[in-house]
Ligand binder design. Structure first.
Ligand code: NAP
Length: 313
């Protein structure tokens, strides 16, 4: 049985997740990191970057990293990833980082019939967190003095009026994007959905697992240089990389990665349960995200969509 602290991250082969992984593997000892990625070639490239970094540290670095296949556009893939984690680590896992996300400029649906962004950014990671909850609850026994931790990559774009453009405009009529589709609008809707259900998860975890698991959310800053814009046209991508990235509102990818790392290291204690951070500072989520009626509605909708009941996790 491995005594290494097991960290699981969705995505992480590129972008903010990769930067967080670099800090984690360079700062801590006795860590095993699993990246859940959809594309083998891209995942191998990310793992190679991390292994090279660790090799530079020499034999003092006992950390290990690997990738396991995870396609968040499929509940079957998400469930089989979770089942493999539970089977491989009966002693539990230390931390779950819900990092993966995407923006799509045209509407597609998944094999499960949901709009792709809604399923990848929210539903599948909501499901994954629920399925891995029993493993996270064991962290306190396996690594005494520590609790399990779930960190959610949120965005300040869940708040209307933040950034440019419309939204969020979250309605049940347009949850599949069939009435009105605009990439950033749908992305913002998914980030609001995440925050609405974050509060439900926080109270569920507190009631059922007392203080064994902390869940926190972080908006790591606006990082124009990541692959999140990969579905945009060439001119937009160029402008983001060369012009927007120099604006004072922009953060670098390594700054954002460090902020996520802070959530899984400094802000993981029970006193940080249910807190939302904006660039490392405790912040107040948007009014819609804090609306109890909306929270209850979208919690139930999400539970039904992924096939969970309150008793099942
Ligand atoms: N960039 C920002 O300004 C910003 C601001 C606030 C919050 N965030 C959040 O930060 C997180 C990371 O974004 P990023 O900016 O680092 O973007 P990124 O560089 O595009 O990274 C996104 C990650 O998600 C993975 N992913 C996408 N679709 C997936 C799927 N269907 N199944 C499994 N993995 C999938 C990607 O894998 P591939 O390499 O295979 O595509 C990649 O590893 C996201 O949740 C995003 O919403 C970003």
């Amino acid at each position: 049985m491995s005594s290494k602290k097991v960290y699981v991250m969705t995505g992480g082969n590129v972008g903010i997740g990769l930067e967080c992984a670099k800090v984690l593997l360079q700062t801590e000892k006795n860590v095993h990191l699993i990246l859940g990625c959809r594309d083998k070639k891209r995942a191998d490239a990310g793992v190679a970057v991390l292994q090279k970094l660790m090799a530079q540290k020499g034999s003092e670095n006992s950390n290990t990293v690997e990738y396991w296949p995870l396609e968040l556009a499929s509940f079957a893939s998400t469930r089989s990833f979770a089942a493999k984690v539970l089977e491989t680590y009966p002693q539990g896992i230390h931390t779950l980082i819900l990092n993966a996300g995407l923006v799509m400029n045209s509407r597609t649906t998944t094999v499960d019939g949901f709009e792709t962004c809604v399923q990848v950014n929210h539903l599948s990671q909501f499901l994954l967190a629920a399925l891995l909850t029993p493993a996270l609850a064991k962290a306190t026994l396996t690594w005494p003095g520590e609790n399990g931790c779930i960190t959610l990559l949120a965005s300040s774009l869940h708040i209307p009026g933040t950034g440019r453009g419309r939204g969020p405009e979250l309605t049940i009529e347009n949850i599949d994007g069939s009435k009105d589709y605009e990439g950033m609008l749908i992305y913002r809707n998914t980030k609001l959905l995440q925050m609405l259900c974050f509060f439900g998860q926080a109270s569920h975890l507190l009631a059922k697992y007392q203080r064994k698991i902390t869940i926190n959310a972080t908006s790591p800053g606006f990082v124009p240089t990541t692959g999140l814009k990969r579905d945009s046209d060439f001119a937009t991508r160029l402008m983001m990389d060369t012009v927007v990235s120099r604006l004072s509102v922009a953060s670098t990818v390594d700054q954002a990665g460090k902020r996520v790392y802070n959530c899984i290291s400094k802000f993981r204690g029970p006193e940080c349960h249910g807190l939302y951070y904006d660039k490392d500072l405790v912040a107040t989520p948007g009014a819609e995200a804090r609306d109890a009626e909306l929270q209850a509605f979208w919690w139930k909708w999400s539970m039904d969509a992924v096939g969970l009941t309150e008793d099942s996790f």
